[in-house]
Structure formats: structure tokens, C-alpha cells
Design a protein around this ligand. Structure first.
Ligand code: GTP
Ligand code: MG
Length: 371
């Protein structure tokens, strides 16, 4: 330092305060004084105005995309206006990606499969965004941790963007955020969206309602009950893959595949005129990935040709809109002080059997008329 004195920021801890040029060492940005290893100095830039941030997202800036999603995911009412403005700006640029949902029981290999598929698609020149819907992860944090290790090579790819589950509570909230994140990623130029969800009921149905193509990842011999052999889950699948078809498991996986193939013939298909193909794969050995993707492409050919894709997306948008209105109406109503008070009072009566639930409902709903 020419002035001979260290500024506060540049003074290493072992240099006495106010020391002069006899101590020639200074700390430069980017070097961690403690560990001696290079660390990126992270200076949080102030958030640009929404339209500016939206423009940066459109230009494909990944850091801007992350910040926009964080804003959209925020539960703070203070962030809502900016988030809304960004979405308004970006929505006309969305809708061009292929949206693929990937579901399966915990441990079926979804993240490993996405790692293999994502790399395959990036190699083919696609831009891939990976999102997760898992309401449980906000409690356990488990799946975020898992995804980071399972998608080790994928997360380093230039043309891939991975976003773990949004934190924050109930499935409804998580899916709202995921839908908006889908639009944001599409505006940023990602042409393939892979949305992982753990196969436990509700979240699968939610993901089905936001994707074009739904993959059910199965494993051999996990038991019918566990894998949801109950028709329901098979009936929302467009493609079924029996994973872990490797090593000693190869024969069993093939037997399971054949069995599932028989089963799907008797079920009503998720997509009109399309019988879900049943395939095998080994995510870990990266086998069956190409075959899976050709099935996805055949599927898209079918839904594009028949107009089912446009129809389904229109339905999904409409249902989403309805759900949002219902949710918001309910929230605004129940938040009113007079309604909350009355609701407590009526709930007591319903609980102890002095008032019929239907009458109590009617009584509460009368308050809708009130200002
Ligand atoms: N043999 C074999 N093991 C696999 C394969 N795919 C995944 N696994 C293993 O199965 C375990 C679970 O894999 P994940 O990819 O985390 O599974 P997941 O379905 O994402 O799990 P959750 O996110 O916890 O629901 C890991 O130990 C993987 O290494 C495969 O094709 N063959
Ligand atoms: Mg996973």
C-alpha cells in the first residue's frame, strides 16, 4: 500500500492495527485468510428493479434466474409485488419447454436417473432445468442433501440448472412456487424441464397437473403395495421405467417389466390414444437412457399431432387459476377477525355435538355478505 497503512479490509489479523508499510502483506479479495485457500468473495449485489432482473433472466443469466426464483418463492408479502411484476414480464416468454415429471418410491433412483438423463440431454445440446417437488424435504432437508450428491456431475454442467425443493410448508404452497419456477426457467431459455417428486400420493398428482409427460420409475420386487400397484398411480403415468436393471437384478427387472406391460394394457391411459411403454434402465450404468428419451419424443409427437398437448396445457392453466382463486378467497375470508372469532365459536359447538356441521357451515358463510 503506497500510503503505508492498511485499510481495515486489507489488514491481516496478525498485523497490528495502524501498522505502517513495514508490514507489506495485505489481504486481497478472494483469498481466505484463515484457510489460505482461494474462496470466491461473495458480495451480494443489491436486487435490481424487477424489469431489470427479468431482462437478465431472459438473457440466460443463471445468477439472475436464481435470484428471481428466490424472490418468487419468498413467503414474505413484501416480495409479492416484485415477484408478480417479474412473472408478468416473463410469462409471455414461457411455455416452450418440454415438461417431464419423474416420480417413484423413495430410493427408486430418481435423482440418479435425472443425473444420467440430464447429462445425456446436455450432451445433445439441450438446456436442462431440474426442479423438485417434495413437501417433506422442507422438514427433513433429506432430499436436498441427496440430490446434491446424486447429481454431482450434472450440477457442474454449463447448460444445466438445478433447483431443489422450495422450502415452506404445505404442498399447495410448494406447487404454486414450482409452477412459477417452471415459467421462469422456460423464459430463461431452458428447453427441457425435469421435475422430480417423491412417490407418495398427493405430490405426484400435483406434479402430473404441471407437466406434459409423466414418468413412473419403478424397481423390481419392491412389492406391489409399496409401488402403488393400485391402479391410481399407473393411470397417471405416460411412460414406466423399471430402474436398477443391472447386476444380479437384471432378470428380475425384465420380469417386472413384462408384468407391468401386461398390467398397463388393462388400464385406462393417462393420455388418450397412448399406451404407456414399459422399459428397463440402469441409471447408475447409464443404460436405457437413450431408449427412454426416444419414448419421450414419440410421446410428444403423439400429443403434438393430436392437439392433446395444447389441450392439456390449457386445462392445466385453467385449473391452476381456479385453484389460486379458491385458495386466495378462502384465506382472505378466514383471516378476517370477525370470521376467525365466529369460526372458533362454531367449531366448539360442532365438536361437542350441539350444532350440526351443515348448520354451522351455513352460519359461518353468512358472514360472506358482511363487508
Ligand atoms: N444398482 C443400482 N442402483 C441404483 C440405480 N439408480 C440408483 N441407484 C441407487 O439407489 C439409491 C437411491 O438413489 P436415488 O437416486 O437417490 O433415489 P431417489 O429415488 O432419488 O431417492 P429419493 O429422492 O430419496 O426419493 C442410491 O444408493 C443409488 O446409488 C441403478 O440403476 N442401479
Ligand atoms: Mg431424489
Amino acid at each position: 500500500m503506497s500510503s503505508g497503512q492498511h485499510s481495515k479490509e486489507e489488514r491481516p489479523s496478525w498485523v497490528p492495527e495502524g501498522a505502517g508499510s513495514e508490514f507489506t502483506t495485505t489481504v486481497k479479495g478472494g483469498v481466505s485468510e484463515k484457510s489460505g485457500v482461494f474462496v470466491k468473495k461473495r458480495r451480494r449485489l443489491p436486487l435490481p428493479p424487477p424489469d431489470e432482473l427479468a431482462k437478465q433472466v431472459l438473457s440466460g443469466d443463471r445468477a439472475a434466474l436464481s435470484r428471481a426464483i428466490t424472490l418468487i418463492e419468498s413467503n414474505s408479502p413484501a416480495h409479492r409485488p416484485a415477484a408478480r411484476e417479474i412473472l408478468n414480464y416473463l410469462t409471455p416468454h414461457s411455455g416452450k419447454a418440454r415438461r417431464v415429471g419423474i416420480s417413484g418410491v423413495p430410493g427408486a433412483g430418481k435423482s440418479t436417473f435425472i443425473e444420467a438423463l440430464g447429462n445425456y440431454l446436455c450432451d445433445a445440446g439441450h438446456r436442462v432445468a431440474v426442479l423438485a417437488v417434495d413437501p417433506s424435504s422442507s422438514i427433513s432437508g433429506g432430499s436436498i442433501l441427496g440430490d446434491k450428491t446424486r447429481m454431482e456431475t450434472l450440477c457442474r454442467r454449463e447448460n444445466c440448472f438445478i433447483r431443489p425443493s422450495p422450502s415452506g410448508g404445505a404442498l399447495g404452497g410448494v406447487t404454486r412456487k414450482t409452477r412459477e419456477t417452471i415459467l421462469t426457467c422456460e423464459a430463461a431459455g431452458y428447453d427441457i424441464l425435469l421435475i422430480e417428486t417423491v412417490g407418495v400420493g398427493q405430490s405426484e398428482i400435483a406434479v402430473r397437473s404441471m407437466v406434459d409427460c409423466f414418468l413412473l420409475l419403478q424397481i423390481a420386487g419392491a412389492g406391489d403395495e409399496l409401488q402403488g400397484m393400485k391402479k391410481g398411480i399407473f393411470e397417471i403415468a405416460d411412460i414406466i421405467v423399471v430402474n436398477k436393471a443391472d447386476g444380479d437384478n437384471l432378470m428380475r427387472a425384465e420380469a417386472t417389466r413384462a408384468e407391468f406391460e401386461r398390467v398397463v394394457r388393462y388400464l385406462s391411459p393417462s393420455t388418450e390414444g397412448w399406451t404407456p411403454p414399459v422399459l428397463t434402465a440402469s441409471a447408475i450404468e447409464r443404460k436405457g437412457i437413450e431408449e427412454f428419451w426416444s419414448a419421450v419424443l414419440r410421446y410428444f409427437e403423439h400429443v403434438e399431432k393430436t392437439g392433446l398437448l395444447v389441450e392439456r396445457r390449457a386445462m392445466q392453466a385453467l385449473e391452476w387459476w381456479k385453484a389460486l382463486v379458491e385458495q386466495e378467497l378462502l384465506q382472505r375470508f378466514l383471516e378476517r377477525a370477525d370470521v376467525a372469532r365466529k369460526a372458533d365459536e362454531l367449531a366448539d359447538k360442532v365438536r361437542n355435538g350441539t350444532l350440526a356441521p351443515s348448520l354451522a357451515a351455513e352460519e359461518l358463510l353468512e358472514l360472506i355478505q358482511a363487508p
